[in-house]
Write a protein that binds this ligand. Sequence first.
Ligand code: BYC
Length: 334
Amino acid sequence: MYKTDLQGSANDRPARPAVVQTEPADLVEAFEARVADDQFIEPKDWMPEAYRRTLVRQISQHAHSEIVGMLPEGNWITRAPSLRRKAILLAKVQDEGGHGLYLYAAAETLGTSREEMIEALHAGKAKYSTIFNYPTVTWADIGAIGWLVDGAAIMNQVPLQRTSYGPYARAMVRVCKEESFHQRQGYELTMAMAQGTAEQKRMAQDALNRWWWPSLMMFGPPDDNSPNTAQSMRWRIKRDTNDELRQKFVDVTVPQAEAIGLTVPDPDLKWNADKGGYDFGAIDWEEFYAVVRGEGPVAQERMAARISAWEDGAWVREAATVHAQKRIARSEAA
Ligand code: BYC
């Protein structure tokens, strides 16, 4: 039988290079020892390439979530029912923008530029949280987002204050303080509606019904289907698994709903005294994966809004760059 040069036989083909261990064992060992000792890894420290890649993936996705996450609430700033509510909402949405900036800056310390990260988002290559692909259809959704979405975010982010990469951990300290205010304002808003007129209470319940399950999905796939958890736990990037955090969120949030007379939309929800937590119903993982694939109810609108904001802001970036260059030139001339 004829064969092409490329095919060759096992004997006449040059031997394939063995998988090369490019990372010096002593450096890997020293890195792992520092992580095991709960010391922070800093930007100039040696780190395995896979650790760096995992961090860029997670931190940039986290940053994108903050920035895309401004859209569902930003949608209601002009329609807030009072000056007080408007001021609170404005401050919250601005905070989310700030969180995105701290996180992009943290990811940049790993050698990936902000432009590259944003390009990956706009090209559909980088993910952002599934939760922001759902619409905010009534004012009660603003309460539900603060209470549930920021509540879920805090549950995930408090342990990240002890993540092994220093700049990410430090960014989380401030983010968590602000998220705590966000969660409280959302709960207070929902409480006001739940104690308001019958129609307001109905709206608060309807928002809880729509946001409950997507909030549980924020924590990611179940542990036995989470490809990244085991390695990220070993590197102490993640300090708790997806299911552990989801359970904590349910345990904290169910009594909050009960306290304001709302019902969590889960007929299987039941206190389990043996485990000291709630058993809850099955999550629709088909829906989760569809939203991750970009098929969420308002995914296209979200991305279109981000891309046009980026394009509309080009003149600001250009002006800031020219201004910075002028300052450098002036200080060099002085
Ligand atoms: N949405 O192996 P897994 C906020 C992906 S914003 C989309 O468990 P990992 C706020 C996952 O990326 C706060 N994708 O992954 C802002 C992975 O795909 P890749 C956002 C998801 O990384 C504005 C695949 O599924 N918080 O607070 O070990 C207003 C397999 O998952 C999702 C953060 O970003 C999801 N929900 O664990 C209001 C926290 N879940 O990358 C509020 C930081 C999973 O392999 N991130 N995927 O292609 C994390 O803690 C972790 O990355 C996750 C996922 C727990 C989210």
